[in-house]
Structures are given as structure tokens and as C-alpha cells.
Unconditional design. Structure first.
Length: 253
């Protein structure tokens, strides 16, 4: 469905049916996917600028026109990237399209099981936890219900990260409009899981990590691309949909 909404070709009829519901019955709701993806790529950009040379992208989803390793490697040509997803279809496509060299791997694992991810041979081969690591949780924690304890998942990683590591999280934010309620219900019906949380709860997932500027903010406004030379930055008003997905990045001191 994510691939379909973003204009990709790797999707099935059921994905189109759900995607068409969002774009037809809730026009504009595709911005949830679009602004989330754009913010993930900006997070990868900034991780590379901060000297991060190795990244794990949790719940990576299907490949798109531009991927995390593409952005990283503009600044760090030998960056090492592990893409993680629990969908065998996603992993098979990812291995075919993303694993272009030995410094990129796509592994099948569940974000809710950090130990299994760390024990994977490709993760052990590519990721050195004694050096700074970038972790990307692009909306995937929204699909861990409270019983799965997403805060514990992040904490399990952060306790093992080297200083100057970065942790990026985007997450669905609870809304009170009719559209927000309908979107939350449809996502949960489609996937069987999905929890939207308030800002305080989402921010708590960073634990003892240092939340960096601009803090937790809607993806559409999180570290936007700089304006063209000679023009002033103008912050656009958010749509009701863009207001429903927020992002933040933290540093391990």
C-alpha cells in the first residue's frame, strides 16, 4: 500500500484497494506516506553530515525511487546500510533492488525483537556497535501495540549504541478530527495493528537520549530542505493529514 501511494509499481490489488480508499474517501491522506518518506531521507542526509557511516533502517518497506543508502552515499560513499523488514515479499524485492554491493544488506526480522536483529549474520558483518550507528524507525513503532513495548525496543538499542549515535523516530500522532479517527480505524483494519499516540508518549520513546532540534515536530516541518539561493524560507501551513505524523531525532551522548 505504501508503494502504491508513493507511485511505486511493487504492489498488489489489495494494496491498491486500501490505497484507493485513502486517496478517494480521505483525499489528501496520502500525505501521511509522502511526508514521512521525505523526512526519513532528510534524516539519512543529516546522519551522514554528522559523520554516521553505518545505518539500520527498521521496517524499511519496499524500495522507492530514492532510498536511504542513496542519500547517505552522497556524503559517505562507503556507508554501510542494513534494511530490516518482517515481510518476506519486501525482503525478496529489497535484496534484488537494494543489495547492490557487499556494504548493503536486507534482512528479514521483526523490529520487536532487537536481539534477533543484532544476531543476524549480515548485521554482525556490517554494523559495529562500538562505532556511531544511525537507527531509523520510520513510522514502524506505530505498528507495535503497547503490549509490544516500543519504548523498550528503542531502549534495548540505545543502551548498546556508541556515543554520537543517532536515533530517528517518526510516528502517527493522535488526532481528534473525523478524518483522523477514520484514518486510524482504516489502518488498524488493514494491518490488524496500529497505535496512534500523543506527543508525550512518542517523545518518551527516546528515553535518556538527547532530543535534537527542532524536537518532535510534524514530518513536513522536520528539518526541511533549505530554500533556493536568494529566496526566504517560508513554512507552509500543515494539512490535517500532515499534522498527524511527527518525527524527531536524538543523539546518544
Amino acid at each position: 500500500m505504501y508503494s502504491y501511494v508513493l507511485g511505486g509499481r511493487d504492489n498488489y490489488g489489495v494494496d491498491k484497494d486500501v490505497g484507493d480508499f485513502f486517496m478517494g474517501d480521505l483525499p489528501g491522506s496520502e500525505m501521511l506516506a509522502i511526508t514521512n518518506r521525505q523526512a526519513i531521507l532528510r534524516a539519512a542526509r543529516d546522519m551522514a553530515s554528522d559523520g554516521i557511516r553505518q545505518v539500520i533502517d527498521m521496517g524499511c518497506g519496499l524500495p522507492t525511487d530514492e532510498n536511504v543508502h542513496d542519500v547517505l552515499r552522497r556524503k559517505v560513499p562507503d556507508a554501510r546500510v542494513v534494511y530490516v523488514d518482517n515481510d518476506p515479499f519486501v525482503v525478496a524485492h529489497g535484496r534484488a533492488l537494494l543489495a547492490v554491493d557487499d556494504n548493503i544488506a536486507v534482512v528479514e526480522a521483526d523490529v520487536g525483537d532487537p536481539a534477533a536483529i543484532r544476531e543476524h549474520l549480515d548485521v554482525q558483518r556490517l554494523i559495529d556497535l562500538d562505532e556511531p550507528v544511525g537507527l531509523i524507525f520510520g513510522v514502524v513503532l506505530s505498528f507495535l501495540d503497547d503490549e509490544a513495548d516500543p519504548a523498550a525496543v528503542v531502549r534495548d538499542w540505545s543502551e548498546r549504541l556508541a556515543p554520537e549515535s543517532r536515533v530517528y523516530i517518526s510516528h502517527f500522532r493522535t488526532g481528534r478530527t473525523r478524518e483522523a479517527v477514520a484514518t486510524e480505524r482504516k489502518i488498524r483494519d488493514a494491518f490488524g495493528v496500529g497505535t496512534w499516540r500523543d506527543e508525550e508518549k512518542i517523545e518518551s520513546f527516546f528515553g535518556d537520549l538527547e532530543l535534537l532540534e527542532p524536537g518532535l515536530t510534524p514530518c513536513a516541518h522536520w528539518r526541511p530542505e533549505p530554500p533556493a539561493p536568494g529566496t526566504e524560507a517560508v513554512q507552509q501551513d500543515l494539512s490535517i493529514w500532515e499534522d498527524l505524523i511527527v518525527a524527531g531525532m536524538a543523539r546518544k551522548r
